[in-house]
Ligand binder design. Structure first.
Ligand SMILES: [Zn+2]
Length: 66
């Protein structure tokens, strides 16, 4: 098992990406279909910069045909 630091996974609460450093600051407001890649966001609360990565959700199958 690896000793991973708490930086690989971001917590999203009520659509807000929560700062992994202070675990209280809100970094970014997201929507259910939001995808972000390597977006630096500075926490207003602790001032630490965090790279936000949010994978795009799986497409709920192709709804629109043709
Ligand atoms: Zn913070």
């Amino acid at each position: 098992m690896q000793t991973t630091k708490k930086h690989d996974k971001l917590v999203i609460k009520d659509g807000w990406v929560i700062c992994p450093v202070c675990e209280k600051g809100k970094l970014l407001l997201t929507r259910p279909d939001t995808a972000v890649r390597n977006l630096p966001r500075k926490c207003k609360r602790c001032g630490q910069e965090t790279i936000v990565n949010i994978e795009a959700p799986e497409p709920a199958s192709t709804v629109t045909s043709a």
